[in-house]
Design a protein around this ligand. Structure first.
Ligand code: ATP
Length: 263
């Protein structure tokens, strides 16, 4: 079966000189939960952002659901983006809006810009948004303003917004980098469980190797814009970790510190 996402020889140079990605090839099948790890500056964000062309690839190809993303024109690209949910480190919520309205924003990608501006969300959209918020334990925050939430709660709203879009792929760029271990666990549990339940494929950038090992079905290690490890968590031995990080710091906090905490 054709992979959901097929990246071939992807290269990205910033300012025509700095190479952030140096020929990355990666096939991702439906249902995988892939953690992308690597030191700061390795190219993890650039990789994720290239997939829906928030960053323009310099060369190489990206096929998503059979569409060549790097060549896609406006309409095709809009369709690609509608099927890819994004989760950001700093949440990117609209803080003057309610939690519910933020989640409903996830539906916007499926409306044409004209319809999106003038139509109201359907009752079914609202019910679905509320169902998602309940599932991540935010049933008491639905009508609060987004800026009244804690970091972990904001990220759970970010997850619900991505899920409300009903994407086939979620790209999560360091979703727990700003969170403490307890909130990190709640957020990762919610992301993994919902993706699994809804058959959504996920690529998640992580700084914490132990979190990657705990949640991912596959780990991709990136160093200086190249893939240097690609395999199941059970194969990511200490030697590989040392090679990927080469003396650079990587965080190791969550497994030990969150043991025994339940969401
Ligand atoms: N918009 C940009 N303009 C110029 N250079 C950039 C830009 N974005 C990223 N870079 C550079 O590209 C390289 C890869 O950056 P990227 O953000 O993809 O790495 P990362 O692995 O996600 O790092 P971190 O873990 O610190 O977020 C870095 O050297 C970075 O400085």
């Amino acid at each position: 079966m054709e992979p959901l996402l097929s990246i071939q020889q992807l290269t990205k140079q910033y300012n025509k000189q700095h190479t952030a990605l140096a020929g990355i090839s990666l096939d991702v099948s439906r249902g995988e939960f892939v953690a992308v790890i690597g030191p700061s500056g390795a190219g993890k964000s650039t990789l994720l952002r290239s997939i829906n062309r928030l960053a323009e690839p310099t060369s190489g190809s990206i096929a998503f659901e059979g569409v060549r993303v790097e060549q896609a024109r406006k309409k095709e690209l809009r369709q690609v983006r509608a099927n890819i949910g994004m989760i950001f480190q700093h949440y990117n919520l609209v803080y003057r809006l309610s939690v519910l309205e933020n989640v409903l924003h996830g539906r916007l990608g499926h409306m044409s810009s004209f319809a999106g501006m003038f139509s109201r969300y359907s009752e079914a959209d609202k019910e679905e948004a509320i169902r998602l918020l309940r599932k991540v334990g935010l049933e008491n925050e639905i009508y609060k303003r987004a800026d009244e939430l804690s970091g972990g709660q904001k990220q759970r709203v970010g997850i619900c917004r991505a899920l409300a879009q009903k994407p086939s792929l979620i790209l999560a760029d360091e979703p727990i980098a700003s969170l403490d271990p307890r909130s990190s666990k709640i957020v990762m549990d919610a992301l993994r469980a919902n993706c699994e339940e809804q058959g959504i494929t996920c690529l998640v950038n992580l700084h914490q190797v132990d979190v990657a090992k705990r949640y991912a079905t596959r780990i991709v290690g990136i160093k200086a814009g190249k893939v240097v490890f690609d395999g199941p968590p059970s194969e990511l031995h200490e030697g590989y970790i040392e090679h990927i990080y080469e003396g650079k710091e990587h965080e190791q906090f969550s497994i030990t510190n969150t043991e025994g905490i339940s969401a």
